[in-house]
Design a protein around this ligand. Structure first.
Ligand code: FAD
Length: 418
């Protein structure tokens, strides 16, 4: 049986390992951290949001984003660096804002999202995984007239692509989520995606790791990948480096890159320049102290692009994007902006002093469409670049890649790499 090495144990890498094993491959996963899901998949917004498939790169985006760019608490922040990768990414982003590109990217993301959401539900049922799942839909709140208008546009686009989502008025929004009656943010209306849901990506990934181990997948945790070795047409091995400076070489028939934001750096020495740049985001996790003030549905704040998910006894609020390289220090201004918005929506839900802050780097492509399929090196496959939707798309991407590697045709219209 063919042996595959999966590089990276975030939600995407672990799901890939699982689906490859189901297709009969021998699978080894390599991860530098002692536990899976310790990087971007650790404390994200928790949303399985097919209804938010529209990428940031859309026709109105440049004008909308411009006034935000240098504001310290803005939803999107750009810190220019002497880094050609950053500027090249931004230029490609502008290209993806063209109407035909944006329409193509949205359609691809919806198709992958629908496949992924049903695969996740199926897998959760099959394995009985516990990950604080709340099948209560996603309610997007609009507090400005312009927000309502762009939400209505997005809803028409989603519906045209087969995603179930509809507009709601302020009364219906409060009826769907009674905790919003305490909100200090004015609610003009919003969108309601009843089939979408939320859950903890870290718990899911770690639970799936256990199931994959039992199914025969080997995990090499705490192992840093130093480089890939090639003979120009194929990968011939992967070199690991230990803390003492020792090296070890592993070899397999095929390799899958799922290294999140680090994917680009590992591929560059092979002459493959992936269009992935880190988009830093923040989350806060707050213990719930007053149940009546906590939402059951997952909520998206259209104006500030912040999402709120209930994860068991906690509220997770997440958002903002900072194009500022690989730096992961916590900027207190951005943490405070998310926390303040959370307390405005759900006053009294918990004690803000008890909030735990986190930051992670989304592996963002300019189109926000992940890179799935074969690279130009015959046995090197990609499953990376999931940007804002990695939790939503993880199971579908992994299943589709496993199908491709098994010589099957995935049942979705998606621009897979060949
Ligand atoms: C604030 C925020 C909120 C978000 N909210 C949502 C949401 O609500 N819904 C949604 O769908 N998505 C959301 N996302 C996006 C989602 O979290 C990511 O797309 C997803 O986690 C990416 O998973 P990954 O497996 O590709 O990357 P990662 O989770 O980063 O996994 C990559 C792994 O590779 C390992 N690695 C890297 N380099 C090496 C090396 N040299 N050797 C060995 N191992 C290595 C890393 O340690 C890591 O474990 C959010 C992201 C952020 C930051």
């Amino acid at each position: 049986m063919r042996h595959v090495i999966v590089l990276g144990a975030g939600v995407v890498g672990v799901a890939t390992a699982w689906y490859l094993r189901q297709k009969g491959f021998d699978v080894t996963v390599i991860e530098r951290r002692p536990l899976p899901a310790s990087e971007t998949s650790y404390a994200n917004g928790g949303q399985i949001s097919v209804s938010h498939a529209e990428p940031w790169a859309q026709p109105g985006a440049p004008l909308k984003i411009l006034p935000w760019l240098l504001r310290a608490d803005a939803p999107l922040l750009f810190r220019p660096h002497w880094d050609t990768a950053q500027w090249a990414w931004c230029l490609q982003f502008l290209h993806e804002c063209l109407p035909h590109r944006s329409a193509r990217n949205t359609a691809a993301n919806v198709a992958l999202g629908l496949y992924s959401r049903s695969s996740l539900i199926e897998l959760s049922g099959q394995l009985g995984l516990e990950y604080a799942r709340a099948m209560r839909g996603i309610l997007q709140i609009c507090s400005t007239a312009s927000g309502l208008k762009s939400a209505a546009h997005a809803v028409r686009l989603m519906q045209a692509n087969g995603c179930e989502v509809r507009m709601v008025g302020p009364e219906e929004a409060r009826a769907i989520e009674p905790a919003l009656r305490h909100s200090q943010i004015s609610i003009l209306g919003g969108t309601w995606a009843e089939q979408d849901f939320s859950g903890d990506a870290k718990l899911f990934t770690r639970g799936l790791t256990q199931a994959a181990r039992q199914a025969g997948v080997i995990f090499r945790l705490g192992a840093e990948i130093d480089r890939l070795e090639t003979d120009q047409t194929h990968v011939t091995g992967v070199w690991l480096r230990d803390e003492e400076g020792g090296y070890e070489r592993l070899a397999a028939d095929d390799y899958v890159v799922s290294l999140g934001p680090q994917s680009r750096g590992l591929m560059l020495p092979l002459g493959i320049n992936l269009p992935i740049y880190p988009a830093k985001g923040y989350s806060i996790t707050l213990p719930i102290e007053d149940e009546s003030r906590a939402a059951q549905a997952s909520i998206t704040d259209e104006a500030q692009k912040i999402v709120f998910s209930r994860l068991g006894g906690y509220v997770r609020a997440a958002g903002t994007a900072e194009l500022a390289g690989y730096d992961k220090h916590l900027n207190p201004v951005r943490v405070a902006a998310i926390l303040a918005r959370c307390m405005q929506y759900f006053p009294g839900v918990g004690d803000p002093a008890k909030a735990r802050a986190w930051t992670g780097l989304r592996p963002a492509t300019p189109a926000n469409v992940p890179l799935i399929g074969r690279s130009r090196l015959g046995n090197l496959h990609l499953n990376t670049g999931h940007g804002t939707l990695g939790w939503t798309h993880a199971c579908g991407s992994a299943r589709a890649l496993a199908e491709l590697m098994a010589g099957e045709k995935p049942p979705i219209p998606f621009p897979f790499l060949r």
